[in-house]
Design a protein around this ligand. Structure first.
Ligand code: PLP
Length: 394
């Protein structure tokens, strides 16, 4: 099997699994309990908090453990919105191509009377600092813009947007789920107030994540319960998961330079090879993109059929995000960068990890052109285009 869907989830690393086992087999106490097996779990949690904070330039008290990226996004946005509301500020700036954990939370706030302004994404999949500057108003309480897009892999100018928000006194949240462990992050240098991440996107376990909240930003609970996480997130902490997350993040940060160099080679070979397919187009900027992301549209092809045929050849890929598969609507991300519906339906996302090899790339470069040609040959619409009765879009 060739796994090329690392934006959907990653395989857990041996390091992460090994870091978790002692907290299932030996130190399985409740971290809130006073006896030793509980206190040892509490100490472990604190060490994980310190290590995760260090990885992003934060302090341990600014780290809140959550059930993953979605919960962190919800809590960050709702907290900033409630804080703004108390000051009479109800304008929020975001983008049209955020993850649904962000977009659906914003929808909820819109129904409560918040004004949500979604910036248009340029055709290259990027938002500029100037777009944000033009949108900020007196009553803006939050700017929430993802660090890197989960479908097309474009990396936004987060440090520039962060310094702008600081200058204007607006809270800045970034969904860094695709960036954490893959790109350097420093919340101080980048002036990030709130940041979300998720362990299963960097070779840690599923169901555990982090909300970083700068000191002084009042958090609102989205999970009510006990006094865990300094009263801001009820529920017994997922100690094994958190230990696995800390180990995975440390490992990915330590190996980042080496992994990036390897991934760039594989990614660029894939992009060059797939670009040779006629009537194809790379989605998103070629330079400002995640080192493992390859996203294409192929005209005259149905994305779902493409994936099924690739699956037959042992290749795991996706058409867009895992969250939208199963619905027949084209990806909101591809529509946001201006791909017509017809073209957006023919999308393919390949997301690599450092476990992928040159041989994987060879196999993908052999399989995709074959499958695309096969599907096009079956399509009456494609025949009309080839014969000139209809025109090509890309
Ligand atoms: C995966 C993902 C999420 C959701 O994270 P979960 O831990 O699966 O809830 C949020 N945002 C982005 C950009 C993602 O890629």
């Amino acid at each position: 099997m060739i796994y090329a869907d690392n934006a959907a989830t990653t395989k857990m690393s041996r390091t992460a699994i090994d870091a978790m086992l002692p907290y299932m087999e030996e130190i399985w106490g409740n971290p809130s309990s006073l006896y030793e097996v509980g206190q040892r779990a509490q100490e472990a949690l604190w060490s994980a908090r310190e290590r995760i904070a260090a990885a992003i330039g934060a302090t341990p008290k600014e780290i809140y453990f959550t059930s993953g990226g979605s919960e962190a996004d919800n809590q960050a946005i709702i907290s900033a919105a409630r804080w703004g509301e108390r000051k009479g500020k109800k304008h929020i700036i975001s983008t049209a191509f955020e993850h649904h954990a962000v977009l659906h939370t914003l929808d909820k706030l819109a129904r409560e009377g918040f004004e949500i302004e979604l910036l248009d994404v340029h055709a290259n999949g990027l938002i500029t600092r100037d777009q944000v500057a033009d949108a900020i108003r007196e009553d803006t309480c939050l700017v929430t813009i993802m660090f890197a897009n989960n479908e097309i892999g474009t990396v936004q100018p987060i440090a520039q947007i962060g310094s702008l928000c600081k200058e204007k006194g607006v809270v800045f949240h970034t969904d860094a789920v695709q960036a954490a462990g893959h790109l350097p992050i420093n919340v101080q240098e980048m002036n990030i107030d709130l940041l979300s991440m998720s362990a299963h996107k960097f070779h840690g376990p599923k169901g555990t994540g982090v909300l970083y909240a700068r000191k002084g930003i009042p958090l609102v609970n989205v999970i009510e319960g006990g006094a865990q996480e300094r009263g801001k997130r009820g529920g017994t902490e997922n100690v094994p998961g958190i230990m696995g997350m800390a180990a995975a993040l440390e490992e990915e940060c330590a190996g980042m330079e080496q992994n990036t160099a390897k991934l760039l080679k594989l990614r660029d070979r894939l992009i060059d090879g797939l670009s040779k397919i006629p009537h194809s187009a790379l989605n998103g900027d070629r330079e400002s993109r995640l080192p493992g992301n390859v996203s294409f549209c192929f005209e005259g092809v149905e994305g779902e059929s493409l994936l099924l045929l690739l699956d037959d050849k042992g290749i795991c890929a996706s058409s867009g995000s895992a969250c939208t598969s199963g619905s027949l609507d084209p990806s909101h991300v591809l529509l946001a960068i201006g791909r017509p519906h017809e073209v957006a339906h023919g999308s393919l996302r390949l997301t690599l990890s450092s476990e992928n090899t040159e041989e994987d790339v060879d196999a993908i470069l052999k399989a995709v052109p074959e499958v695309v040609e096969y599907l096009r040959n079956m399509s009456p619409l494609w025949k009309d285009k080839v014969s000139g009765k209809k025109s090509f879009v890309i």
